[in-house]
Each structure stands twice: as structure tokens, then as C-alpha cells.
Design a protein around this ligand. Structure first.
Ligand SMILES: Nc1ncnc2c1ncn2[C@@H]1O[C@H](COP(=O)(O)OP(=O)(O)O)[C@@H](O)[C@H]1O
Ligand SMILES: [Mg+2]
Length: 345
């Protein structure tokens, strides 16, 4: 639908400096495009809608944001930052800075980012709200692994705070004390964070995208289809599964609308996702990830505020399946930013 724009806005898009996209895709090699496709899609689509858009690279200085705010007076900031100073858990601090500047911004507020970032806090809050999660233990950096008796093998070892499957491979799944200790050490040393050891949940991997502030709408359920991977390894969304186009092609790994979910389960996924969204104080847009066992039990894996929003990725594809074009999706994300109450002077 190409309705005329009610009001063209000035939109400042924040992104990593190495991801500031060129004006056009022409002549760009595929791997290069893959790196900054999200930034390109957002900037070019907002422009096509009719907004005035500036892309600003932000890495380790906040002042350029303030200068752009003072000189250019953006109506809204579109936040595509995933890190600051190279640290992914600093993303919430930048959003806090936007709050201090009283600039409306897209995506999630700082509290939601902090709560969802910690996979342990997420699970503790979820348990209080009776949302089922894998049993787990955190092994802080510098401490030795002590497995509580209640945690039975096979276990899954990952970073307690990192994202994008950093440090997750087939070796994350362990079936002995030695392997467990070895993998915890790997997370401590190579990923440089605390380690999370949790029950391995076999089953389908389902994603539910959600959008909204006080009122939250979920989009059709998406599934990560591991294709031919289970013939050679476990169906786990490792770094290669998520990021290597070549590997995805080789194993026919693909995300698509989840089929064969009965009505009751679809309703549970919708209701649970909205509860998770609220209990973690998320707003803007987010994706909630689950595992569904062959017995039909649903386990929350994690919530991802500010998920990947490139045109062809899961979130936008699920929006399209719900009848929301990419333009409409981005407009909605911007409207939600403007709808959040700004503190009075
Ligand atoms: N407890 C678990 N049981 C089974 N698979 C898991 C478990 N935890 C993580 N995984 C697999 O690892 C992937 C990445 O884990 P996740 O907790 O989502 O971390 P990230 O924030 O890096 O995406 C998941 O998408 C899933 O495939
Ligand atoms: Mg994940």
C-alpha cells in the first residue's frame, strides 16, 4: 500500500561505522552486501517512504550523537547499534544516553535490554511467571565448574550474556564431566564472559516476533529448519548456521513459517510471547525464541530485543506473512518510538 506520508520525518539512523551502507547495491559483491544489508534496507526504505534520513556511524564516542541532535534536530533516532566500544552489553548505555538527551528512539528501552541480555535473569523472571525454561547453573569467570546433581547430561554450555551464537558450536553440547569443564573453560577464556550450563532441549526451534509498547502484537510463528544438518550434527543454531551463507546452502538450512502447529499451541506461543515481552519490560520490537520438544512441551530459550530487521530475515518475513509490508513495518517501528512518552521539561 502506497498511502501518501502524513508527515515526513528527520530520522537519524545509528549504526557501526563499518556498516554505513553505500547509496546503491550496484557493483557490490554478495558477501559485502550481506555485512551491511540491514543498514542498507533500513536507510533506503525510510528514504523511499519519504523521510529525510542521515546514517551516523557510532563506535566509541557519544558526542557525534549530541552534535547531530543539536545541529540537525532529528524527530527520531533509529537505533541499529549492537555494541559500543566493541562491547555488546554497552548497547543499553547508548540508549540511556538517548533518553538523557530526550531523543525519541526506536526499539527497546535500556531496562529491557539489560534484563533480556542476561540469559540467567531472563530465566529467573520467567520461572516466577511460570514460563517453562531449561534448568541451568551459571559458572562465573574464574570459578570451577560444579554441576548440581539435578542437572543431567546432555548439557549445553554457552555464554551467559553474549549473542549471535558467539562461542556456540557442536562442541557446546557435552555429555561428560570432562567435556563440561573443558567447554566452560572455553567460554571463560575465549568468549570472556560467565558461562551458562543448561539442560539440552531436543526439538524444533521456533521464533515468535512481537511488536508494540503497552499493547503487543505477535506475528506468525517462524521455524529454523535445520535441513540436512541433523545427518552430520545436532540441530543447533551455531555461529555457522546463523552466519555462513555457504554452510546454510550446503545443509539446506532455512527459516520459514512454522507448519503443523495446532491451534492450542499457536495460542500458547502467542500468549507466552506477550507475557515474556511484558515480564522483561521490552518495548519497540523483539523476537522470542523457543524449543518445542517431540512431547509438545514448550521451553523459552531467550528473548531478543532489537532483533535483526533486514528485509529478507525472519522478523520482516513474519511481518509480511501477517500482511505488513517492509515499509509498513519500519513505519510502525518509528511510530512506536514517537508514541513512547517523553519526560516533560
Ligand atoms: N538449552 C538448549 N537446548 C537446546 N538448544 C539450545 C539450548 N540453548 C541454546 N541452544 C541452541 O543454541 C542457539 C543459540 O542459543 P541462544 O541461547 O539463543 O544464544 P544467542 O543469544 O547466541 O542466540 C539456539 O538458537 C539453539 O539452537
Ligand atoms: Mg538466540
Amino acid at each position: 500500500m502506497n498511502r501518501p506520508l502524513k508527515k515526513p520525518l528527520r530520522i537519524l539512523v545509528l549504526m557501526h561505522p563499518t556498516l554505513v551502507p553505500p547509496e546503491t547495491l550496484k557493483g557490490q559483491p554478495a558477501e559485502e552486501v550481506h555485512r551491511w544489508k540491514t543498514e542498507f534496507d533500513v536507510v533506503s526504505t525510510l528514504r523511499r517512504i519519504g523521510h529525510e534520513v542521515r546514517a551516523l556511524g557510532v563506535q566509541d564516542e557519544l558526542n557525534p550523537i549530541r552534535v547531530a541532535a543539536d545541529d540537525w534536530h532529528p524527530d527520531v533516532v533509529f537505533n541499529l547499534l549492537e555494541e559500543f566500544h566493541g562491547l555488546s552489553d554497552f548497547d543499553s548505555h547508548v540508549v540511556s544516553y538517548l533518553e538523557l538527551l530526550k531523543l525519541p528512539y526506536t526499539g527497546c528501552n535500556p531496562r529491557g535490554l539489560v534484563l533480556a541480555r542476561s540469559k540467567a535473569i531472563t530465566k529467573k523472571i520467567a520461572a516466577y511467571h511460570r514460563v517453562r525454561v531449561p534448568a541451568f547453573v551459571v559458572v562465573p569467570r574464574g570459578r570451577k565448574t560444579r554441576r548440581p546433581k539435578s542437572l543431567r547430561f546432555p548439557l549445553f554450555v554457552k555464554s551467559a550474556s553474549e549473542e549471535s551464537s558467539l562461542g556456540i558450536s557442536q562442541a557446546s553440547l557435552v555429555d561428560s564431566e570432562d567435556r563440561l569443564a573443558e567447554r566452560v573453560r572455553f567460554v571463560h577464556e575465549s568468549v570472556a564472559t560467565d558461562a551458562l550450563v543448561e539442560e539440552y532441549i531436543e526439538g524444533r526451534e521456533l521464533y515468535v516476533a512481537a511488536i508494540g509498547n503497552e499493547r503487543v502484537r505477535t506475528l506468525p510463528v517462524w521455524e529454523l529448519d535445520f535441513g540436512k544438518l541433523p545427518e552430520t550434527g545436532e540441530p543447533i543454531a551455531t555461529e555457522r548456521v546463523k552466519h555462513s551463507l555457504e554452510y546454510q546452502k550446503k545443509h539446506q538450512i532455512d527459516a520459514h513459517r512454522a507448519e503443523n502447529l495446532d491451534t492450542a499451541l499457536t495460542r500458547t506461543l502467542d500468549r507466552t510471547t506477550r507475557r515474556v515481552y511484558r515480564m522483561l519490560e521490552l518495548d519497540g520490537y523483539a523476537r522470542v525464541d523457543y524449543r518445542l520438544t517431540p512431547q509438545g512441551e514448550l521451553f523459552l530459550l531467550e528473548a531478543n530485543p532489537n532483533p535483526e530487521i533486514a528485509e529478507k530475515e525472519e522478523f520482516a518475513s513474519a511481518a509480511l506473512a501477517a500482511g505488513l509490508s517492509y515499509r509498513q513495518l519500519l513505519q510502525r517501528v518509528v511510530s512506536l518510538a514517537l508514541a513512547r512518552p517523553v519526560r516533560p521539561e
